[in-house]
Design a protein around this ligand. Sequence first.
Ligand code: CA
Length: 220
Amino acid sequence: MRLLIVEDEKRLALSLAKGLTAEGYAVDVVHDGREGLHRATEGTYDLLILDIMLPGLNGYRVCAALRAAGDDTPILMLTAKDGEYDEAEGLDTGADDYLTKPFSYVVLLARLKALLRRRGPGASPVLVHGDLRLDTAARRVHLADAEVTLTAKEFAVLEQLATRPGEVVSKARILEHVWDFAYDGDPNIVEVYISALRRKLRPGVIGTVRGAGYRLEAER
Ligand code: CA
């Protein structure tokens, strides 16, 4: 799951990014409305957290421009408490939900998860493949009824494979969805996580397709 935060209050943006990264999301942050619109248009995000009062282009206009272009990525809008901007207007421009500052991080996380669950028909929070079961809302994994404890990043890598069972998922795709755009380390980090998952699950659950990527294998 990849999220974009468009928020010019840098401390708030960075603390949100830190919290959400710890939850296992890949998070990109920009501080300007125009840059936010550009990034949202170019990137493949699962959700946008969009402030309203932004330099460059305000959040309403970013939201309206995305919707006008047919982009239906869920948008959670943030606004200041003073009531200068009202909720109705935010929802009118196509935002999916609205949060007034100051908000609790726990509330933001709950709203964000609700939006991600709601997104798209057939987007089930529970992915089942053979005897492997991923609950994407609770972020828990079971294999043949035994719970497997994964780190947030391990879970995110497995989730990328489990949403496309039997299909080859490229290393680039996993990198793009699990690590953020600022990641400039070794792309072989994906291999490290795949190895860890194989150890924790069982050999053969994740297959390697040489030169192409990885695949969640059919039950044998
Ligand atoms: Ca602002």
